[in-house]
Design a protein around this ligand. Structure first.
Ligand SMILES: Nc1ncnc2c1ncn2[C@@H]1O[C@H](COP(=O)(O)OP(=O)(O)OP(=O)(O)O)[C@@H](O)[C@H]1O
Length: 250
């Protein structure tokens, strides 16, 4: 699924007045690209993702997903969403948590795989009958990942999905997402504060300015995968992104 943002911005009104959260941003993301979005805390990264997901309308500008308003993709369940806290149903088993979106999604195209297969892919074959509160944070995120796969979403919006996990689990899971991305080919918008992670994973890193986040830098990372964060060729893009972030201006 390709993404087109044209002069997109979002303002929030509150008692304290108007708050410019993000934009204006103009950006095109080709289908199947893995794009990492980095920027200072509070610059509007999550807001931008929520706009793309059609969770709220932009204040200015237009968003198109495969040439259509994002509402269409949302209705077709073509947008997968992962955040720091996996929104699992506590009363449903792991298997049902993965099955449920399939039920909701009936008639919107066939899912790529059976829920049991998806659980096996994320390493949870033995946990099908467990309940979410008996799983570790990393395992819960694996369920959320299987659920994203279950919807057959063509766009994965990932808002620091593993930031709450320990470093090793975070790396392992990010690598698994990368493998699944290579296998399924969705477009990925991946928000992270971790610059080496952005460079290790993404085809392209977009850096936003301080709030309201606007485009500061747009870097292609044409390095072969798998990538090693400590390899010398990784240092230059990491340095470049750090320096742009320090400047903090578009
Ligand atoms: N629903 C809302 N109502 C009012 N203000 C909001 C709302 N959502 C976000 N904001 C404000 O918009 C700005 C951008 O927030 P957002 O969460 O998008 O930033 P972020 O870059 O994702 O931050 P972080 O990196 O810390 O997660 C912040 O100042 C935030 O307080």
């Amino acid at each position: 699924m390709y993404i087109e943002l044209h002069h997109v911005s979002k303002h929030f009104s509150s008692r304290a007045g108007e708050l410019a959260a993000v934009g204006p941003i103009t950006l095109t993301v080709p289908s199947g690209q893995f794009l990492a979005l980095v920027g200072p805390s509070g610059c509007g990264k999550s807001t931008l993702l929520r706009l793309v997901a059609d969770q709220m309308p932009p204040t200015t500008g237009t968003i198109r997903l495969d040439g259509a308003p994002p509402e269409e993709a949302r209705r077709r369940k073509a947008i997968g969403w992962m955040a720091q806290q996996p929104a699992l149903l506590p009363w449903a088993t792991v298997l049902d948590n993965v099955r449920l979106p399939l039920r909701v999604n009936q008639g919107h195209g066939s899912p790529p795989m059976a829920p049991e297969e998806l659980l096996a892919m994320v390493g949870l074959a033995d946990y099908a009958r467990a309940y979410p509160n008996t799983l570790s944070g990393g395992q819960q995120q694996r369920v959320a990942l299987a659920r994203t796969l279950a919807t057959g979403a063509r766009l994965w919006l990932m808002d620091e999905p593993f930031a709450a996990l320990d470093e090793l689990t975070r790396e392992v899971l990010a690598d698994e997402v990368l493998q699944l991305w290579q296998q399924f080919g969705p477009t990925v918008l991946w928000v992270t504060h971790h610059i080496p992670e952005a460079v290790r994973l993404a085809d392209r890193v977009v850096v936003l300015s301080d709030r309201p986040g606007r485009l500061c830098a747009d870097l292609a990372i044409p390095l072969p995968r798998p990538r090693d964060e400590t390899a010398p060729e990784m240092m230059e893009p990491i340095r470049q992104i750090r320096s742009v972030l320090r400047e903090g201006r578009p």
